[in-house]
Design a protein around this ligand. Structure first.
Ligand code: ADP
Ligand code: MG
Length: 697
């Protein structure tokens, strides 16, 4: 007979088709799935706080009597009703308000009723209040007992009440208690780590039984949590490793160890490669020589010279009769790469082509013909490169520039574009420094290299925080620098969701600067301009025709104009630290002394100032990324896409880094043949249906 945990949710009391549907939305279809639906957080409802000692900002439980209650209208003429009430215990009075309420809630707040309310305490106009607390009527003669343990709060979805989830979960928890479940992990490993067994760990997290457990759980320090954190991270790692194994089994273009063209290009460069560039280039050559698909992530701080390494790596591919493709995140960057590659590769007789979203009709079909015939040996573009209508003759090598935000599924989509049966070599380049241990767990399916050295002669960029009041003198300083032959970026930022507003801000600044500095040529580039216009604006700035380039964050990545030595960023507090660092990386590339000026409002808060102070005080991408991760969390920094296929139930990539060595060890052990069943179980429990990890097409 089927084990209870394999049974569908319809076997549970109170689960009809409708509810089953909602649970399905949460990815829950079997009773086992429910067990793994772990609490998001816990609330402590084991005690009552006297109203007189409530602290604003805390989530508390009170027990008090209704003094009076009434329904008001919020604003004249608007039918917004508010249920406003006052409750008191013998220590104080608190206001309770509901902006949305139904008749039964209203009835609870009858004068004289004794209520238990749980919610966040705040102060409004000097008095304590709770908005929309969870409320329970107390029978004064026979008050219900307080919970003895922490109250788990579960992830839910629209139309699914916390209490319904709890009711259903309770049935599964009861079954676990009475009927048990097989332990998926080796007992010896659990003992060695002092981790509890599966059953007690699960029970403990779903319904912590005592104060000691509750305290540990509240601080994420319970061995039951540790056990599942390690388990979950190991499962993700195993899934990625499995994916990697499958990819590595695929047939791949054979790249001959030809170095002739590569050496020619190297000789013709106006600079020597840095040691780090040489090392990474060697690693790429070793990948080619290994006869297995390359899947390598190369991380190198802004300006470390990733592009030329990529260009060099294309040459053996071309010599072996294959094509290479370079994909950039923006048209501006694609255009710049196109020019660089032309300059580097065309003298060697290599056919370089760019394909942009804007290429339409005849122009486009001429280009796609050249790609299909193989005449275009290196093709550079944006995502337009990977539309179904673009067919390569013999694609052997794909480079993704500034693409750390590519999730597993995007990596897959592009792989499918290669010739049947052959998996192209892949190189992913990023400036976002990810601590190595973190990279290993997110990118367990990739090899990882670092260009950890900047070309010699780079000048440190002096960064300062300047307030809005000094705008006029800042403009004079800009004028002075331009008079001496320098160039300036002026970046306007606004909240990311509103690209339109950001462009508008840039346009306004552009007009103001044109007026205030009539003697100087000012350029403008933003996301709403046509690709050709953008290109022209960047080209004019590159050639020094314009001295000031007003831009939105479209220039964040890659743009390379060594003569520019001042970077002004308006409202930098709206950007992530890593993003500011990227922008700042646009200057300090030439011989001039360089400056980055963070132009802030006077009203900037303390927290924002502290954040900007990090940028001001260091230029080390790793330090900045580490702080950024601490402040904003992995999801934000690595991009939502990244976390879209890396969402965890209990683990947190930043908080749980100390477990990584143990995760690695567990994953390694699970790969041994004798643990094949345990491994399958682990993957099923934590990865489940998320096939995208393992499906390599
Ligand atoms: P990123 O790693 O940020 O993509 P780029 O590839 O755009 O950096 O390189 C930044 C600049 O440094 C470019 O102008 C490039 O030509 C130059 N460069 C690259 N490698 C070296 C080197 N070894 N020595 C001097 N300049 C270099
Ligand atoms: Mg670059």
């Amino acid at each position: 007979m089927e084990h209870w945990s394999e049974q569908g949710l319809r076997y549970l009391k109170g689960v009809g088709p409708k509810l089953a549907d909602k649970l399905q939305k949460l990815g829950l279809s079997s009773q086992r799935d429910l067990l793994f639906h772990l609490p998001l957080r816990y609330e402590d409802r084991t005690f009552i706080t006297p109203v007189g000692s409530l602290q604003p900002g805390q989530r508390c439980q009170i027990e008090a009597e209704v003094l009076h209650a009434g329904v008001h209208f919020r604003r004249a003429g608007r039918s917004r009703r508010v249920l406003a009430t006052k409750l008191a215990d013998n220590s104080g009075v608190i206001a309770i308000r509901f902006f949305y309420f139904n008749a039964s809630q209203q009835k609870l707040f009858e004068k004289g009723n004794r209520l238990r309310c749980f919610g966040e305490v705040r102060t409004a106009q000097g008095e304590l209040e709770m908005i929309h607390p969870e409320t329970e009527l107390i029978d004064i003669d026979n008050p219900s007992a307080l919970p003895q343990t922490l109250t788990p709060i579960y992830p839910t979805t629209e139309g699914l009440h916390q209490l319904s989830i709890k009711r259903i979960l309770q049935q599964v928890i009861d079954k676990l208690k009475t009927d048990g479940i097989a332990e998926p992990l080796p007992q010896a490993w659990l003992d060695k780590n002092d981790f509890p067994d599966f059953k007690s760990a699960m029970l403990c997290l779903h319904s912590p039984q005592n104060k000691a457990d509750s305290d540990l759980i509240a601080y994420n320090r319970h061995p039951a949590q540790y056990r599942f954190i390690v388990e979950e991270l190991a499962a993700h790692r195993l899934a990625l490793l499995e994916r990697r194994r499958q990819i590595r089994r695929r047939k791949t273009p054979a790249i001959a160890p030809q170095r002739d063209m590569l050496e020619k290009l190297r000789q013709s460069l106006p600079f020597e490669l840095t040691g780090a560039q040489r090392r990474v280039l060697d690693e790429l050559m070793q990948d080619f020589a290994a006869g297995k698909p390359m899947i390598r992530l190369v991380q190198g701080d802004v300006g470390s010279g990733k592009t030329v390494v990529a260009a060099l790596a294309c040459l053996p591919v071309i010599e072996s009769g294959y094509q290479a493709a370079l994909m950039a995140p923006t048209e501006i960057l694609a255009e710049q790469h196109y020019r660089n590659f032309q300059q580097w590769l065309e003298p060697l007789g290599v056919g370089v082509l760019n394909l942009m979203g804007a290429d339409k009709g005849k122009k486009r079909s001429a280009k796609t013909d050249m790609i299909a015939s193989g005449e275009a040996q290196v093709v550079i573009g944006t995502h337009a490169l990977f539309q179904a209508s673009v067919e390569f003759n013999r694609l052997g090598f794909i480079i993704f520039d500034e693409q750390h935000r590519f999730g597993v599924d995007q990596r897959l989509a592009l792989q499918r574009k290669t010739r049947a049966g052959e998996m192209a070599h892949q190189l992913i380049m990023t400036a976002t420094p990810i601590p190595r241990t973190l990279a290993m767990s997110i990118y367990a399916d990739l090899d990882y290299s670092q260009i950890d050295e900047l070309p010699p002669g780079r000048k440190p960029v002096t960064t300062s925080i300047v307030s809005e009041q000094q705008r006029a003198s800042l403009i004079q300083r800009v004028a002075g620098s331009c008079a001496e032959g320098g160039q300036v970026y002026w970046v306007c930022t606004l909240i990311e969701e509103s690209e339109a507003l950001q462009c508008e801000a840039a346009e306004l600044t552009y007009e103001a600067l044109c007026q205030q500095l009539p003697q100087l040529a000012v350029g403008l580039v933003h996301g709403r301009m046509k690709p050709a216009q953008k290109e022209a604006a960047i080209a004019a700035f590159k050639q020094g025709e314009t001295k000031i380039l007003v831009a939105t964050t479209v220039i964040e990545v890659g743009v390379d104009v060594p003569n520019a030595s001042i970077m002004i960023i308006e409202n930098p507090e709206r950007l992530g630290l890593a993003q500011i660092h990227q922008l700042r990386g646009r200057v300090g590339r030439g011989v001039r002394e360089s400056f980055c000026i963070l132009l802030v409002k006077n009203s900037l808060g303390e927290a924002a100032r502290t954040r900007l102070e990090i940028i001001r005080s260091t230029q080390d991408g790793f330090t900045i990324a580490a702080k950024d991760l601490e402040i904003r969390g992995a999801g934000e920094v690595l991009g939502t896409r990244q976390t879209g296929d890396m969402s965890f139930r209990i683990a947190d990539l930043i908080r749980d880094q100390k477990w990584f060595p143990r995760v690695e060890a567990l994953a390694k052990m699970m790969q041994l043949p004798e643990y094949a069943n345990a491994r399958a179980e682990l993957l099923r429990n934590w990865i489940g249906e998320r096939q995208d990890y393992t499906d390599v097409g």
